[in-house]
Ligand binder design. Structure first.
Ligand SMILES: Cc1cc2nc3c(=O)[nH]c(=O)nc-3n(C[C@H](O)[C@H](O)[C@H](O)COP(=O)(O)O)c2cc1C
Length: 248
C-alpha cells in the first residue's frame, strides 16, 4: 500500500524563541520520525510577525475570503489551509491564548467562511469540514495557571474549524501536553530542565513527542478514509476542500 504523505504545520504562539518553540521542535521531530520520507514539517513562529486584530468589517464575506488588512496573516492562512495537521505550541498568557495567535485565529475563521461560502446554497452557508488534525501544547511559568483552559480554547477553535483535535498519550497528556517551567521565566527553562533530567520537563517533552506522532497517524487515518469514501463524500459540498487536499 502506498504510504500517505502528511504535511504538518507547527505554529509557535510565543513572541520569543523560547519554551514553546522548544516543545514544538520536539513534537515536529517526533512527527517526522514516523516516516521521514513522507512527513514534511514546517515550523512557523509568530515571533516578529504582524498579525493585527480583526476589525469586524465583514468584507471577507464579500471578497471571497480576502482580508482587507494586509500583514502576515495571509501567509500563515495559506500554510494553515495546505496542512494536513496543525500543532500549536503556546505560552499561557493571562490564563489564555497569547494575543498574536488569537488575532490569527479570529481572522482565519471568518476569512475561510468567506472563501468557501460559494460551496453552500444561499441561506445555509457553513464552514466546510476541514478535517485537519489539530494538537495543542501549552506551558506557563506556574502550576495550574491556565494550561488546560488555553488548550481547551484551542480545541474549541479546532472544532469550529471542523477539524479533529488529538491529545497524545495518557498518562502524560489528557487533553494535550500541558506543563510549567517551575517558576523560571527564562526562554530556555524547559530545555535546561530537560537536559538535567528533571521530572516535569521530561513528562512534558514525552507528551509533546507523543502528540507529534499522533497527528501523523491520525492524519493518515483521515486521508485513507477520505480517499476510500470519496464517492459518497463528494455529494456533500462541505467536504470539497478536504477531498481536494487529500488527493486520490
Ligand atoms: C503577558 C504574559 C502573561 C503571562 N501569563 C501567564 C499565566 O497566566 N500563567 C502562567 O503560568 N504563565 C504566564 N506567563 C508566563 C509564560 O507563559 C511562561 O514564561 C512561558 O514559559 C513563556 O513561554 P515562551 O518561552 O515560549 O515564551 C505569562 C507571560 C507573559 C509575558
Amino acid at each position: 500500500m502506498e504510504m500517505l504523505s502528511v504535511d504538518v504545520l507547527g505554529i509557535c504562539g510565543s513572541p520569543r524563541k523560547g519554551n514553546s518553540e522548544f516543545l514544538l521542535q520536539q513534537a515536529l521531530e517526533a512527527a517526522r520520525s514516523v516516516d521521514p520520507d513522507h512527513v514534511q514539517c514546517t515550523l512557523y513562529s509568530v515571533r516578529g510577525k504582524k498579525l493585527a486584530p480583526c476589525v469586524s468589517c465583514f468584507r471577507c464575506g464579500e471578497l471571497e475570503g480576502e482580508c482587507v488588512i494586509k500583514d502576515d496573516f495571509q501567509q500563515l492562512r495559506e500554510l494553515w489551509v495546505a496542512a494536513d495537521a496543525i500543532i500549536y505550541s503556546v505560552p499561557v498568557y493571562h490564563m489564555g491564548i497569547p494575543g498574536q495567535l488569537k488575532c490569527f485565529i479570529d481572522r482565519l475563521g471568518n476569512s475561510l467562511f468567506g472563501r468557501y461560502r460559494h460551496l453552500f446554497p444561499a441561506g445555509v452557508e457553513s464552514l466546510p469540514k476541514q478535517l485537519k488534525v489539530v494538537a495543542s501544547i501549552a506551558q506557563g511559568v506556574h502550576l495550574c495557571s491556565g494550561q488546560e483552559h488555553t488548550i481547551t480554547d484551542l480545541i474549541n477553535h479546532a472544532l469550529v474549524m471542523q477539524c479533529v483535535p488529538v491529545a497524545g498519550d495518557l498518562w502524560e497528556s489528557y487533553i494535550g501536553p500541558a506543563g510549567w517551567t517551575g517558576k523560571d521565566i527564562a526562554r530556555d527553562a524547559l530545555a535546561r530542565q530537560f537536559e538535567r533530567g528533571e521530572g516535569d520537563a521530561a513528562i512534558l517533552v514525552k507528551a509533546a513527542r507523543d502528540v507529534g506522532r499522533r497527528v501523523v497517524e491520525m492524519a493518515r487515518i483521515l486521508k485513507a478514509g477520505g480517499r476510500q469514501l470519496r464517492e459518497h463524500l463528494q455529494d456533500d459540498p462541505s467536504y470539497a476542500p478536504f477531498l481536494e487536499r487529500i488527493g486520490r
